[in-house]
Write a protein that binds this ligand. Structure first.
Ligand code: ADP
Length: 822
């Protein structure tokens, strides 16, 4: 909007802009009269400003305006464009106009398609209204022409330069201003004109334009324009900065999009197709096909949705896919049908295991109840307790077999961290579900037989309490909705049959123990081991080593030798290992074409297995003073443990070594107090307790020992040492002692008695109240051992101690002796 050939704004005129401008120039000047005044019609302007020399289209709406324009054209005169103070007024009077207007030439009136009229006008110069000549039918005024200086002083020139450089910046930043505008401005020498020209080019507000029009002094006008330009440049630069930032973002995402498209193309070229979408569809199919509970399905679908909205290379993609895979792969509801045929189950259990009557009976009872009442949902939680190698795990396997359930097992030994059971939250990198859920996935059915090994070896520390997580697994009130941190969905464990195993009950947390039905697995005696070897271990090892067809047998005496001289255990794991070694040797003989034996005789054993490994320590012992044999219980079964006592000169102290625990030490103190109180009857010099030191030691000092059951043994050994009467070497004993010498019952009787039997002892002294525990003992052990019930320390001493004094009892120095010596 201004100079001829760069106005692009209005092009619905029928003439080109330059043609129309030429036409304008043909309008003759209406030169002022001698007094510098002109008379002209007014064209009232509502909300536009026309600057001198600028060309602009204008709408002629009002009747008065039309008359004014027609009159001017008829007489080849100019009109004065005068701005109304209030643009809303339709019929303005003399006082309704601003005092300054612009004289202008009006081009041909054009009829517009919508019925209005328009014309092109060109401003000429500012005029000041002097007088209103008339108001009707159109307004006519007398006005004075305002002449502006053509040249600029130095200060004004400086302002012009500043204005021009700011304008240049504006043109660079604002694309709506054509570049020629700057060129045009450079060629204007008149300061006033320059101000007017630039004001027209800028997108200034109406008010700002009006103010510029009203400033008559060109210098002041330029100054004002300079301010406006500076503001404008500021705003434009800010806009530009924002724009380029946005542009950068857009560029980046466009670039990524482009690269991704390219990658897709490359994959298609390579025949890999659109791996990502194909995988996503596969996953969706899997989710649909899996028989998921509603909640799990909803979560899986939501995650799928998230996955589909993600760019294929986003780091979360793998995490989400793995998660969905986990959901899909878990056996939420597909339980295998139970085989509830009691006879069949009995057959399988008998086929796989010798003995273990109690455990087998319990299982058959369970199957019987289930077969009568199939809907009974509660599963028993069994806890198999016993030393290693007695068949706990393998019986679990047989139970699964007989019920037709899957068998899975997980070891809890050494688990300290709750997260091992419950998993890590998915926010952790590399997070996975805990062992329970992992094992359920491995089982693939909702009702496997789930064996939890070594439940007595759970630890708890700062990393959380794995036992409380286990409680949630084993508690029927809670385990229908087990929560795993990774899965974040309740998982139903109520159809699972849990069997736990442990070597000892004492370290199982009470709340856990409470929920389990304990079944004890005894250790085996030699006779049973031979039976198990013949029936199960030998056939299995023959088969495993590919020599079943040789018909190799083991003579009973050979097996006995292996058991006695090469293994020392309550179970049969070591026995099976040694049998396996022999089988491998024979297999090698056969493979090498050498002669091999048809039956393994006792004298071959040493050649096959090397020198004897285990030496029964009792065999070479004679009756000794100050050594008694106690029967101990360990996690590996029972064991016999000698208690040694030495008396030395001292001040009446007692020392106990061999890693004895607190309870055991207190029990030793109690024994000592009892002995003191009975010193006279036992013929012990009272001075001994002040002048001598007693040292009690239990060999294999590296192994921690504890418990009160060695009480009577310690008492016996001390009395023997103080009196010089030896202890019969074939007697083993166990029992807690009170200060008055009463003998209290202890635990682990069966294992202890079996150990005594294994070690070849002849007599076992057992607290009377423990006699009832002997019921479960194998007959052979019972018949080969003399088991004597005892109530009091006197009974113990009567049986265990020899009447003859074989060693001179230690003699305490008498009171006053030290004075002599000193
Ligand atoms: P645990 O789990 O108690 O440590 P395992 O179940 O691993 O012991 O048993 C060790 C080996 O001894 C297995 O090969 C098992 O078959 C065998 N075994 C143990 N007890 C018997 C038994 N009563 N009858 C047959 N085999 C047995």
């Amino acid at each position: 909007m201004s100079q001829p050939n760069w106005n692009e704004e209005e092009d619905n005129f029928d003439l080109t802009l330059s043609q129309r401008t030429e036409e304008l120039y043909r309008i003759p000047n209406s030169e002022p009269k001698a007094d510098g005044l002109i008379e002209a019609a007014i064209l009232p302007l509502r909300d536009m400003v026309i600057f001198p020399r600028m060309v602009s289209p204008i709408f002629v709406g009002r009747e008065a305006s039309l008359l004014a324009v027609q009159e001017a054209q008829n007489k080849e005169q100019t009109v004065i464009g005068l701005t109304q103070k209030d643009p809303e007024l339709d019929d303005p009077g003399a006082e309704d106009f601003l005092p300054i207007g612009v004289e202008m030439a009006v081009g041909r009136l054009l009829n517009m398609p919508d019925g209005s009229r328009s014309a092109l006008v060109q401003g000429r110069r500012r005029v000041e209204i002097v007088e209103f000549i008339r108001l009707k039918p159109y307004i006519k005024v007398r006005a004075r022409i305002i002449n502006e200086p053509q040249t600029a002083d130095r200060q004004t020139q400086a302002t012009m330069r500043s204005v021009l450089s700011l304008f240049e910046r504006c043109v660079q930043l604002d694309r709506s201003i054509p570049e020629e505008a700057h060129l045009f401005a450079l060629n204007i020498a008149e300061p006033g004109w320059l101000a007017d020209m630039i004001a027209t080019s800028l997108a200034l507000t109406y008010e700002a334009k009006l103010r510029l029009l009203l400033i008559l002094d060109p210098k002041a006008r330029l100054g004002q324009l300079n301010n406006l330009l500076a503001q404008e440049v500021d705003v434009l630069e800010l806009e530009d900065e924002i724009h380029s930032r946005v542009q950068n973002e857009v560029d980046k995402s466009q670039r990524e999009f482009y690269l991704r498209e390219q990658m897709k193309q490359i994959q298609t070229e390579l025949g890999e197709g659109d791996v990502f979408t194909r995988d996503a569809t596969d996953l969706k199919k899997k989710v649909d096909a899996a028989n998921l509970p509603e909640e799990a399905k909803a979560v899986a679908l939501k995650e799928l949705e998230r996955l589909n909205q993600m760019p294929p290379m986003a780091p979360e993609v793998g995490i989400i896919r793995t998660y969905i895979d986990w959901i899909v792969d878990l056996p939420w509801s597909n339980a295998s049908p139970d085989n509830l045929d009691v006879k069949n189950a009995a057959k399988i259990l008998e086929r796989d295991h010798y003995g273990l009557k109690k455990a087998k009976e319990r299982i058959l009872e369970y199957i019987a109840v289930r077969s009568l009442k199939p809907k009974k949902e509660r599963q028993p939680i069994l806890c198999f307790v016993g030393p290693p190698g007695v068949g706990k795990t393998s019986l679990g396997r047989s139970i699964a077999d007989s019920l037709g359930r899957k068998f899975v097992r997980v070891s809890l030994g050494g688990v300290r961290d709750e997260a091992e059971i419950r998993g890590h939250r998915r926010t952790y990198i590399g997070a996975l579900p805990g062992r329970i859920i992992q094992t359920m996935k491995r089982a693939g059915t909702a009702n496997p037989l789930f064996m939890l090994d070594e439940i007595d070896k759970l630890y708890s520390d700062f990393r959380g309490d794995p036992a409380s997580a286990m409680l949630e697994v084993l508690d029927p009130e809670q385990n229908y909705a087990f929560s795993d941190h990774y899965l974040e969905l309740p998982f139903d464990l109520s159809k699972v049959m849990f069997v736990t195993t442990a070597n000892s009950l004492s370290t199982i947390p009470a709340p856990l123990l409470d929920r389990m039905e304990v079944i004890e697995f005894p250790g085996y005696i030699e006779e049973e081991k031979v039976e198990i070897a013949n029936r199960y271990l030998i056939p299995r090892q023959l088969e495993e080593n590919g020599i079943e067809e040789l018909g190799l047998t083991f003579e009973p005496a050979a097996l006995q030798r292996i058991i006695r001289e090469y293994t020392y255990e309550a179970g049969v794991r070591g026995l099976e290992r040694e049998i396996g070694r022999i089988c491998r040797k024979v297999a090698r003989m056969k493979a090498e074409g050498k002669k091999y034996p048809a039956a393994i005789a006792p004298e071959m054993i040493e050649k096959l297995l090397g020198p004897q490994q285990v030496f029964p320590s009792e065999a070479e012992r004679t009756d000794e003073v100050g050594v008694a044999t106690s029967l101990a219980w360990t996690e590996n079964g029972g064991e016999i443990m000698p208690v040694e006592v030495a008396i030395i000169e001292g001040k009446g102290g007692m020392q106990m070594t061999g890693q004895m625990g607190e309870v055991m030490q207190e029990s030793g103190q109690a024994a000592l107090t009892y002995i003191k109180s009975r010193a006279a009857a036992l013929k012990i010099d009272m001075d001994a307790f002040e002048r001598l030191d007693i040292h009690v030691h239990m060999p294999e000092g590296g192994i921690p020992k504890d418990g009160p059951s060695a009480g009577i043994t310690m008492a016996t050994a001390i009395i023997s040492a103080l009196t010089g009467r030896p202890v019969h070497r074939h007697v083993g004993m166990t029992g807690e002692i009170t200060l008055r010498g009463r003998v209290l019952p202890i635990g682990g009787v069966r294992e202890k008695v079996l150990a005594a039997h294994r070690a070849g002892l002849k007599t076992v002294l057992l607290p009377e109240k423990n006699m009832k525990d002997l019921v479960e003992l194998p007959k052979t052990a019972k018949s080969e051992l003399k088991i004597i019930p005892i109530k009091h320390m006197d009974d113990v001493l009567a049986i265990a101690l020899s009447d003859k004094v074989t060693v001179e009892p230690p003699r305490p120095r008498k009171r006053g002796d030290e004075n002599v010596e000193d």
